[in-house]
Design a protein around this ligand. Structure first.
Ligand SMILES: [Zn+2]
Ligand SMILES: [Zn+2]
Length: 347
């Protein structure tokens, strides 16, 4: 059995791990936004042999290359937790929505647990041919809204673990304090603050942060953001079911405005952000701005502030996870700062 890193190590994006075994499968199949080589490093021969793709969650850096995979001859089955399947922008031809925590598909035994990163985000542990392989997916134990089943006391021959913040050492609470502090300062000047957030993920975590720490603020969201509020009673994924926000319509007075368009790609989001900035408002980006995006332009021109809200592990958390488990070999992924020696590992 071999593990081939087809993308995602030493870079941010196109996460894709190829397990070459009797029933060859991928864990994730992501795209690298704004890159010359956006797709995973897989040959057509490898793609045609693939029987399964296990997805850790719906974000494009984990799923965005699936249409490309189909174009190159993939005819296997997508294995995925039910919310992730619903969040995909297309419907896979063959798919299995995971219900039970443990399972076996095509001779591949596996377990999965919630990874705290967004609704439907999971980690996987595979048992194949006497070997154990663990993939953390995008992982955080800090989320204010999403459940995490902490990875503890597990053993694996190889573990591919989120360390997206590279050597960065700022703690979750330091990052939260910085955001709350910045928002309080801007609010003293009575200005609206725009937060571009992913369709699924840290947006509602930020809403919880503001509901708890700055309850006097009026928070609003666009239609997609508000639709997520209807899902909060899903106790399997959400830690809290009560959040306070109003639907934004142009002209609504609000302190905080969440736009479900992290890179501000749509003209709808761009127009709202521009009109708020032109009226003396502010904008704060809390995650990665993609090269060439409107969000990147606003940050580079000093019109949007960057303050990270952590939804991955930093190096200290990554190291702590190593101590709490027995992994014979660990591969950090999701960070340009952490390179690996070899892309193919014999197991
Ligand atoms: Zn993600
Ligand atoms: Zn990711």
């Amino acid at each position: 059995m071999k593990l081939k890193i087809a993308g995602g190590c030493g870079e941010h994006g196109r996460n894709c791990f190829f397990v070459d075994y009797t029933a060859p499968f991928l864990v994730d199949c992501g795209i690298m936004a704004g890159a010359d080589e956006p797709f995973p490093n897989l040959t057509e021969k490898e793609i045609k042999r693939l029987e399964y793709v296990f997805l850790t969650h719906s974000h494009a850096d984990h799923t965005g290359a699936l249409p490309w995979l189909y174009e190159r001859g993939f005819s296997g089955v997508i294995v995925v937790p039910a919310p992730t399947l619903e969040q995909l922008p297309f419907k896979p031809k063959y798919s299995i929505a995971l219900k039970k925590l443990n399972g076996e598909i095509g001779g591949i035994k596996f377990k999965h647990g919630r990874s705290g990163h967004c609704q439907g985000a999971v980690w996987y542990e595979f048992h194949i041919a006497g070997k154990k392989l663990l993939f953390s997916g995008d992982y955080t134990e800090n989320s204010l809204m999403y459940h995490c089943d902490p990875i503890r006391g597990r053993s694996a021959d190889i573990a591919v673990v989120d360390c997206a913040y590279g050597n960065g050492s700022r703690s979750f609470s330091e990052c939260c304090d910085a955001i709350v502090h910045a928002v309080s300062e801007i609010k003293e000047q009575r200005r609206t603050i725009v937060f571009p957030v992913p369709k699924y993920g840290r947006g509602i975590d930020l809403l919880r942060l503001f509901n708890e720490n700055l309850p006097e603020l009026t928070c609003c969201g666009d239609e997609h953001f508000m639709n997520q509020m209807n899902e909060l009673s899903e106790r399997r994924w959400y830690r809290n079911k009560t959040l306070y926000a109003k639907l934004y319509t142009p002209g609504t007075a609000c302190d905080i405005l969440f736009l479900s368009d992290p890179q501000l790609r749509s003209s709808y989001s761009q127009n709202i952000a521009e009109s708020i900035l032109a009226g003396g408002g502010a904008a704060i980006m809390t995650g990665t701005a993609e090269p060439g995006s409107v969000s990147e332009r606003l940050i580079n021109s000093g019109r949007m502030k960057f303050l990270r809200y952590p939804v991955h592990q930093n190096f200290a958390e990554f190291t702590e996870l190593m101590k709490r488990n027995k992994f014979a070999r660990v591969i950090p992924f999701h960070s340009p700062e952490l390179q690996i020696d070899s892309a193919t590992i014999e197991l």
